[in-house]
Write a protein that binds this ligand. Structure first.
Ligand code: 5GP
Length: 141
């Protein structure tokens, strides 16, 4: 299927919709998930039109994982934990709801997720901004 240029993450990348950003470089953007399954639930997306892991150009794999490592380390610091969970859903059949590739990163264990139901409950924006600032501070340390 053709990439849907109107998906919400494409709009965020074009600056047409807001997001609470924690990190950005030439290839990737990291921002807070608006329906977090744990405090600190962050999404990392590539700045390229790719719906799933299987459309991602090979040259983006490295940059995506570099960002996952950077932000993951910041989550460890900001939440004072050694445990960081990463997941990625490719395809509707896997439960993907936004058709732009994204990696979920959470300072949580699978047992302590707030909602086992994915993308279920909107977070308070002010609380999300506070948490984002903690992550930004940890990235800058
Ligand atoms: P998926 O189900 O595709 O793996 O994950 C999509 C994620 O995007 C969900 O965790 C959901 O909470 C999040 N999400 C959906 N719409 C928005 C949005 O407009 N902004 C942000 N920041 N996250 C979103």
């Amino acid at each position: 299927m053709a990439y849907d240029k109107q998906n919400i993450f494409a709009k965020i990348l074009r600056g047409e919709m807001p997001c609470i950003k924690v990190y950005e470089d030439k290839y990737t953007l990291a921002f807070m998930d608006i329906m977090p399954q744990a405090d600190g639930h962050t999404l990392v997306i590539p700045k390229v039109e790719a719906e799933t892991l299987f459309e991602l150009p090979n040259s983006y794999y490295g940059p995506c994982f570099e960002t996952l490592k950077k932000v993951g380390n910041a989550l460890k610091k900001a939440f004072n934990t050694e445990g960081v969970m990463m997941f990625q859903l490719s395809g509707e059949q896997a439960g993907q709801t936004v058709p732009h590739l994204h990696f979920h990163l959470l300072p949580s264990s699978i047992q302590t997720l707030r909602n086992t139901r994915h993308a279920a409950e909107m977070a308070d924006q002010e609380k999300l901004k506070e948490i984002a600032q903690r992550i930004v501070d940890a990235l800058e340390e």
